[in-house]
Design a protein around this ligand. Structure first.
Ligand code: CP
Length: 307
């Protein structure tokens, strides 16, 4: 199979194991291109892509834009804070006006869960979900899977623990869907107030003791506490959270084996991980960012080729 089964990348839930394998294998080829002196290929020449960011982003926005430029696409960027959304224009009107300028693909980050699915029913262009509220962040999960595979090989049977604010995390949900489809085993770890009640119905185990979770895993994905999405207090203080669920070098070095440390960013240094862990040789945080460009090139290349 060299074609995706979907016309949009709305979430990992909607794609198959074969789709994930196709994206990861295509990304491997694009990573090789990115390591050449000339990093640009003509694959998306004459394709126009609009990046619509209704919510803040550093990594995802820049990574998509760079991926588009490496593929020779024409790129336009929209940020809600400086747009006519501020004058009351709706999402569908905004996007239809952008599409009237002959745009072929939309990359969208939005604070509302389901925004990308909603849009896919209203417009004709291809859509890539760059994060929708606390729902899904499919390209983050794909770049995470790519980065683990690059370090440990086949994902089947690998043990991954996702630590922290699972309740408000689109990264957690997309990672669970993606890694499970690839045969990995997943645990989540954190205070029970930050773990959704439905999580075990996804085939995920819950561990509230960080040391036990770390002793079990091959990879720990340390999530940021998303204070901007927390309407009530889920734990007494950041200091207490950090004492129970923060990873420092003493704890990391005391484990019986060397595990891999991941973080989707942005990091709250000293809260979920200390600087010496984030910058250690066990951390692949910057590899994740590097791999994001190749993975997003693969996603947009494959979607553009789908009629
Ligand atoms: N990982 C991630 O989505 O980071 P940004 O919010 O900076 O895009």
């Amino acid at each position: 199979m060299n074609k995706l089964s979907v016309n949009h990348l709305l979430g990992i839930k909607q794609i198959s194991k074969s789709d994930i394998e196709l994206i990861l294998n295509t990304a491997k080829n694009f990573k090789e291109v990115l390591n050449r002196p000339i990093k640009k290929v003509p694959s998306l020449r004459d394709i126009t892509i609009a990046n619509l960011f209704f919510e803040n982003s550093t990594r995802t926005r820049l990574s998509f834009e760079l991926a588009q430029k490496r593929l020779s696409a024409d790129v336009i960027n929209f940020s809600a804070s400086s747009s006519s959304v501020k004058k009351g224009e709706t999402l569908v009107d905004t996007v239809n006006n952008i599409l009237a300028m002959k745009v072929d693909m939309i990359v969208m980050r939005h604070s509302s869960p389901g925004a990308a699915v909603f849009l896919s029913k209203k417009i004709k262009a291809k859509i890539v979900n760059a994060g929708d509220g606390a729902h899904e962040h499919p390209t983050q999960a794909l770049l995470d899977a790519f980065s683990i595979q690059e370090k440990l090989g086949d994902l089947k049977g690998k043990k991954i623990v996702i630590v922290g604010d699972i309740l408000h995390s689109r990264v957690a949900l997309s990672n669970i869907f993606c890694l499970q489809k690839m045969g990995a085993k997943i645990k989540v770890c954190g205070p029970l107030t930050l773990i959704p009640k439905y999580i075990e119905s996804l085939g995920v185990e819950v561990e509230t003791d960080l040391r036990k979770a770390l002793e079990w895993c091959d990879v720990a994905n340390m999530l940021r506490i998303q204070l901007e999405r927390q309407d009530i207090k889920y734990f007494p203080s950041l200091r207490e959270y950090s004492m129970l669920y923060g990873l420092d070098k003493t704890l990391l070095n005391s484990l019986s084996k060397k595990i891999i440390i991941m973080h989707p960013g942005p990091i709250n240094r000293g809260v979920e991980i200390t600087s010496d862990v984030a910058d250690s040789d066990q951390s692949i945080i910057l590899d994740q960012v590097e791999n994001g460009v190749a993975v997003r090139m693969a996603v947009m290349f494959l979607l553009a080729g789908k009629q």
